[in-house]
Design a protein around this ligand. Structure first.
Ligand SMILES: *Cc1c(COP(=O)(O)O)cnc(C)c1O
Length: 406
């Protein structure tokens, strides 16, 4: 497996290669930052041009004729297909942070008849998720408190004080994948709800939200769903909770009859009650294109390739980079890992610079972490080989440069 040819052969029989052909990629650039921003699908520009034409020609009619106002729920259902949610439970909303705010407020509110007042979370959760939870205790539910614990202690910490547990399904740094079904079951036994952030799993890790008994989830549109910069995120509320579920930003489009323009708020009976105002239509069309492309991929093939790419990356890094002090961080067992790999290196900054100059786009987390998103829809096996080979060369050059001259 040390030979480039071996990886080329894997790519030649890759069942996802037809999907890769539908992305607008540069031959000389490799997108290892799909965990941050996926590349554009070929169809996106056409979709946006079409919308521009309708904006110019049809004026206001687009909102009605083209069902643009229904798009948050239509695209939501398409996302539901990717995350294992039956129709009517997913809607596109605002940014992931704002969506999390809405669902977390609603979850604490659902528990307001009980003594439960703790929001339990991983102390290393994505910072925005931590800030949002803190903000809710300061500005909305002042009786609530946030309990931050190490992720390995989450299950033991679910007690009778916990109203809601909120976690990232895949950790944004280490790629640790949490056992969703087990945590849901444990929380439900204790009477707590669980709110998942799917930002680093939807589109690359198989998800069965309904089957796992999930209560609530949010996720990001611009990472592995390929929705484009600033694409809105989405919210999932299980059917069984929806009739009682309230969210705090009660705007006109969440109303059951928005065009009656009445003075009293009555929430839509369905998932549209989570919406607030006009959707960001151009971004939403781009998201719909990304989601439609992502949904074409067979989830089993996506997972199989994601695991293969990660294992190849880890094996090659071990064989070729360990001697330069580069270490793989995060879980070694594929069953506990999402679809990115992080490397720890004292030379992380020069490595990131050298890789960028060679066309490998990835994320540097200063001072010493490099994150490689291994998005199976467009990353090839040979890209992994070439990237590790480039790192080996950069490290060898650096070592030669710093060695004492004879
Ligand atoms: C990327 C990401 C977000 C994004 O939040 P925005 O509000 O859409 O910027 C939220 N949570 C996690 C875990 C993320 O990785």
């Amino acid at each position: 497996m040390e030979q480039r040819r071996y990886f080329e052969q894997l790519d030649a029989v890759d069942p996802l290669r037809n999907i890769r052909a539908q992305f607008d990629l540069h031959d000389d650039r490799i997108f290892f930052n799909g965990n941050s921003l996926g590349p554009p699908p070929l169809g996106t520009a056409k979709r946006l041009e079409e919308a521009m034409r309708r904006w110019r020609d049809d004026m206001n009619a687009g909102w009605w004729d083209h069902r643009w106002l229904q798009l948050p729920t239509l695209t939501g259902d398409r996302i539901g297909g990717i995350i294992g949610a039956a129709p009517g439970q997913v809607v596109v909303g605002e940014s992931t942070s704002v969506n999390l705010f809405k669902l977390l407020c609603g979850a604490v509110e659902l528990q307001s008849g009980s003594e439960r007042s703790v929001i339990l979370t991983d102390r290393d959760n994505f910072p925005s998720d931590l800030y949002i939870a803190d903000g809710i205790t300061r500005y909305v539910h002042r009786q609530a408190t946030v309990r931050r614990v190490p992720v390995d202690e989450i299950i033991d910490q679910i007690d009778s004080d916990v109203a809601v547990v909120t976690l990232s399904h895949v950790d944004y740094r280490t790629a640790q994948l949490l056992p969703m079904r087990r945590i849901n079951e444990r929380a439900h036994e204790a009477g707590a709800l669980v709110l998942w952030d799917l930002s680093h799993s939807a589109g690359v890790v198989p998800l069965e939200l309904d089957a796992a008994g999930t209560d609530l989830a949010v996720g990001c549109g611009y990472k592995y769903l390929n929705g484009g910069p600033g694409a809105p995120g989405y919210m999932y509320v299980a059917h069984r909770l929806l009739p009682r579920f309230e969210q705090p930003i009660t705007g006109w489009l969440g109303h059951t009859r928005p065009f009656d323009f009445t003075g009293d708020y009555q929430p839509d009976p369905g998932i549209a009650r989570l919406t607030t105002g006009c959707p960001p239509l151009l971004s939403l069309l781009a998201l719909d294109e990304g989601v439609t492309l992502t949904a074409q991929a067979d989830p089993a093939a996506v997972r199989a390739k994601s695991v293969a790419l990660s294992e190849e990356f880890i094996a090659l890094a071990g064989a070729r980079l360990a001697r330069y002090g580069v270490e793989v961080t995060g879980p070694v067992d594929s069953a506990q890992r999402g679809s990115h790999v992080s490397l720890h290196s004292e030379a992380a900054e020069p490595l990131a610079k050298g890789l960028a100059a060679r066309g490998f786009h990835l994320e540097l987390r200063p001072p010493d972490l490099l994150r490689f998103g291994l998005a199976p829809l467009y990353i090839r096996h040979v890209d992994v080989f070439d990237c590790v080979a480039a790192m080996e060369q950069l490290l060898a050059e650096e070592t030669a440069d710093s060695a004492p001259r004879q």
